[in-house]
Design a protein around this ligand. Structure first.
Ligand SMILES: [Zn+2]
Length: 436
């Protein structure tokens, strides 16, 4: 396919400029001004063109829980949300803990996926925290990182050995920092609200202790450590100190931990149940500061779809998780960029270059680069309507919230995955007459 994107604002790690991009054979063939090339062209005046959004943390539930989400529906939601690449967590059924299973996820994603899927393998077999999985072989099969997400590797000896091995082969370990010995089955943030509601609290200190231990082990082994979905001010401070002394640590935060507080759990709203739990306003502030000063490298969705009926139960019984792939960008654009709390360049960095740096791959809008591109319409508004989600998971605590700066086109390796809010509506079905 050949496609000429004309008259757009181009924003990437090299800055902002105005111009055209010619896409051919899956790559950016040319970037310039007033280009005239064969094939289709589309006028993107007023639109913003970015390197494709990347999500470091998504749960697509396949294999094993296809009633919640599949690789096909989850990647469609990603394309809808402007993502061109997503990393999928290993806690499926079976757990992705062998090279064969890594290959299976890749094959399925290639056949049925709308965006690029990068599998994350398990650190320990079965996520049981006992025996280290075949990290090297999984890496060769295409795993871009390793995580027992949901089950922090509680045993320090095993975590230490995993990091020693990872350091030797320069593998990326991703930690969901939560010391379960300090958490006592908490279902929401510990404190006076949880006490008043009669619910067990998850103490922020359980996260900070896990963050600090992992940082110490990473420092002593030289392992590349990525801490995912930080939720507390104490974690941000710990990562800031570690980075200052040169530890190879990176971190991400979710949209919900940036924007929402535990107050949403009041009235036993199961849509606000998530792990780590929503915390307090001072934590949101600390996370935002961490984004702005570079302590936090990326924004990741922790997209965790569940069936409607699973959330229609008591707060204790409901599964934790929020479906977030398709609204992450426009939610943050509306509530952080348009409100002046962070510059547009910061949001772009944390959702494009930041996650790519964690993975050790960079992409700018330049000739020869892969044509993974997201087009944003800064004037396009909407509200969150879970009934219209492409994802099978409609579980979100932000129904009715404002969205702005909607993604209007997602191009994955030169092919249009989403156009004007329709996944799979590319030139095979209709010419790109208009965008936005
Ligand atoms: Zn997690």
């Amino acid at each position: 396919m050949e496609l000429l994107l004309k008259n757009a604002n181009l924003i990437d790690a090299s800055g902002e400029r105005y111009g055209d991009i010619w896409i051919r054979d899956g790559k950016i063939a040319e970037v310039g001004k007033n280009l005239i090339r064969p094939g289709q062209s589309v006028n993107l005046a007023g639109k913003i063109v970015l390197p494709g959004l990347v999500d470091l943390h998504a749960h697509l539930r396949e294999p094993g829980q296809e009633g919640k989400e599949t690789i096909a529906t989850g990647t469609a939601a990603a394309a809808q949300g402007g993502f061109t690449t997503i990393c999928t967590m290993a806690n499926t059924s079976p757990v992705i803990d062998t090279p064969l299973l890594v290959e299976l996820v890749k094959l399925k994603a290639k056949a049925q996926g709308w965006v690029e899927v990068l599998p994350i393998g398990a650190i320990t077999k079965g996520l049981e925290g006992k025996e280290i999985a075949e990290l090297g072989l999984m890496h060769q099969a295409g795993a871009v990182g390793f995580s027992d997400d949901g089950n922090w590797v509680q045993n320090a000896h095993i975590a230490h050995n995993a990091m020693k091995y990872a350091a030797q082969w320069d593998l990326l370990l991703i930690s969901h920092p939560e010391d379960s010995s300090l958490n006592a089955d908490g279902v929401m943030n510990a404190g006076s609200l949880a006490d008043r509601m009669g619910l067990k609290g998850a103490d922020p200190v359980a996260e900070v202790v896990a963050v600090e231990r992992d940082i110490i082990l990473a420092e002593s082994t030289g392992c590349r450590l990525h801490l995912t979905h930080l939720s507390t001010a104490g974690s941000v401070a710990a990562v800031r100190r570690a980075k200052a002394r040169g530890v190879r640590v990176t971190a991400d935060v979710t949209p919900h931990h940036l924007l929402l507080t535990e107050a949403l759990c009041d009235s036993y709203n199961t849509m606000a149940k998530v792990n780590p739990p929503l915390r307090r306003q001072q934590d949101c502030h600390a996370l935002l500061e961490g984004l702005l000063d570079g302590t936090i490298d990326a924004i990741a969705t922790d997209h965790a779809p569940h069936k409607d009926e699973e959330k229609q139960t008591t707060f204790d019984a409901a599964p934790a998780g929020i479906s977030g792939l398709e609204i992450a960008w426009p939610l943050l654009y509306a509530h952080l960029v348009e409100t002046g709390r962070i510059p547009l360049a910061t949001l772009v960095d944390k959702m494009t270059s930041g996650p790519r740096r964690v993975l050790g791959r960079e992409l700018i809008l330049a000739p020869g680069e892969r044509a993974d591109i997201t087009v944003i319409d800064p004037m396009a508004l909407a509200v969150v309507n879970p009934a219209e989600f492409v994802s099978m998971g409609h579980n979100t605590p932000v129904a009715g919230w404002k969205l702005a700066g909607l993604p209007v086109m997602t191009i994955v390796q030169g092919e249009i995955a989403m156009l004007n809010g329709k996944v799979g509506a590319g030139p095979a079905e209709q010419p790109v007459a208009q965008v936005g």
